[in-house]
Design a protein around this ligand. Sequence first.
Ligand code: ZN
Ligand code: ZN
Ligand code: FE
Length: 752
Amino acid sequence: MASGYKISIQGQVQGLGFRPHVYRLAKALDVRGFVANSNLGVVIEAQGKNARRFTEELRLHPPPLAVVTSFRVSRAKLTPCLDFVIRPSRAEKGAGVDVLPDLAICPACRREIADPANRRHGYAFTNCTQCGPRYTIIEHLPYDRPHTTMARFRMCPDCRREYTEPGDRRYHAQPIACPVCGPRLTVSPASARLPPVEAAAQALLGGRIVAIKSLGGFQLACDATNDSAVGLLRRRKRRPAKPFALMCENVTAARKFCRVSPAAQEVMLSAAAPIVLLPKSPRPALHVADAVAPRNSRLGVMLPYTPLHAVLFERMRLAGGRPAVLVMTSANRKENPIVAEEGGLGRELPNVPDLVLSHNRPIANRCDDSVVLAEAERESPLVFVRRSRGYAPQPLPLGRMFHVKRPVLAVGGEFKNTFALAGEDRAFLSPHVGTVETAEGEAFWLETFARYAEWTGIEPALVAADLHPDYASTRLAERLARDLGLPLVRVQHHYAHVLSVMAEHDLRSPVLGLAFDGTGYGPDGAVWGGEFLLVHDRANWQRVGHLGYLGLADAGAELANPSRVARTYLAQAKDRLALRSRGQRAVSRRLPLTSSVGRLFDAAAAITGACRTASFDGEAPAALEALADPRERKCWPVDEVLDLSVSPALLPEPIILRVARETAAGVAPAAIAARFHNTLSRAAVRLAEELCSRYGVATVCLSGGSFQNSWLRRQVIAGLRSFGRNVYWNRTVPLNDGGVAYGQAAATAWVP
Ligand code: ZN
Ligand code: ZN
Ligand code: FE
């Protein structure tokens, strides 16, 4: 026997040229042995006089895209061998491999498809070990071609040579393809004259709507610079105002209509290539239709992340004489999941696209585009609004206080639903599911869960769900718990929000959590949404402050009518002031109560005229933020907004009365909107600071969809820091309800 080393490596180590990297290193150091993929990770045996150095080199310098979570080495007696080889994959029990997210086209592949002399010139499915589809084509592990939707394509001799030649940059690139052997584009209705991409480019330039099969599903595209094309898409998709995402050729093109900070540019150009919410340029050099994102201060922009998109944009530039800007929105009906096959397009979106640009590589796993908010704040520029393509299914670590002893399935919340499967020190957060209220949504949820369960090897011993008795997600959890014979743990919504920050940043209790959002079921039966929660220690928390209650019919609905909320607020403000003058605080109305910050924004948006009727959740708050004048520093008296008695509260009525009075007095709505933000932020800081001193807490966590409002988030962070508090908020976990599942999973670590 020869002496040597056995190495086992886990993490994000498959599908990015890890084995070729190991192979080249072994060859360079004259090390003998083998490297293989297994579902436990990458396994290596190394022998020869440089075996030790080889091990150290590999530990210090893994391939660029790899994320190594475990690197174990042991000395061993090995069967002597003469060469170093890459062995076929082995299947073993228990999983240690992380399935890679999809990777945006790399510069080398981009150059090839643009090069007329290259055999992949203009080929829409070009990829290599550094780029291309992963999550959306993988069916089973280990990650090898037969386990992907590329299995049906037989490699041609040229591709096979690249695939088997260790020096080639496509060595073991599982989705390798070329025009001879790989997937093909189709267009329907078929054009006799034009090739598919050309036909799509012409249709788009002509103001028509084209459905494009992307990585995780279909997208609907139209020319974003053409007002009538965007209007047509809005009418056909029956989506009056919710912003559409844009795609443009490069960052230079994006700068023509948006401000792109260095942090924004970096994430746009990253392998994840998400939709990045960028501030609209005050003086755009290129007209983008107002209807793309009406009453919103930002535009969501992404760059072409597949070779198909890159080829389409090149054709459009050549045919149109200038770089194109396209609306690129997920093809789905209302809150239903994204459509992944042509049949689904006909069912879910009949007569929406004029033309369908499709292909014959099936989508194994549907996945929407991710959305991030990129800010100029140096130490934390990104806030996730949706964590999907390019990020899922990468695991998220759970903090040391949240080590999950019993593996858990957390079903998430009701809106912007995602689920989390967690075991030990990490959680696998699903891509955006949306809703499980519809049959299609539930089917998508179950299908994604089945994949996650298989890949992660996590067998849940516990199910976690929201406290709300009537959520579709809660009912699904009850059913799953019953069917699987598992205990069900119920987790309060805002507590889950706060724990999501603690787990993400590995924080220790006690912390004060500010959870501001639209709705969440409170243990007192009210609809919470403006919460100050004190997390003392393990599983021991209490509500120590909140936004004062408003009695509101359908307080629990995700989408409210801003004008009606405003009327209700104003009526209550009058009643309550009358009561207060008599020393009473109670609300006598027999209506559901809510402490929702989202509703407070709705009311202010309606009164100032920023947004009187809303067609999607978050529209009115975004409109109020867009209206606010950034130069306005004035703040209304904060003392009248604070109740620092035994049950502390932030009083909404004085704020709403100020909004109404100043509006009636003819103050500029932009100034009022700014004063609203300033006053609410400062009052929240004052109340939080009071609670921190009262309870001896140094750390504050911010979570909930209302903190997507950058004005509010920035001012609250700055204010609390000026008092010397440590402030944390969600960074890689979505701030909104997309992060609730992760918080629910964390909460179960503390359940005795
Ligand atoms: Zn590439
Ligand atoms: Zn080929
Ligand atoms: Fe929430």
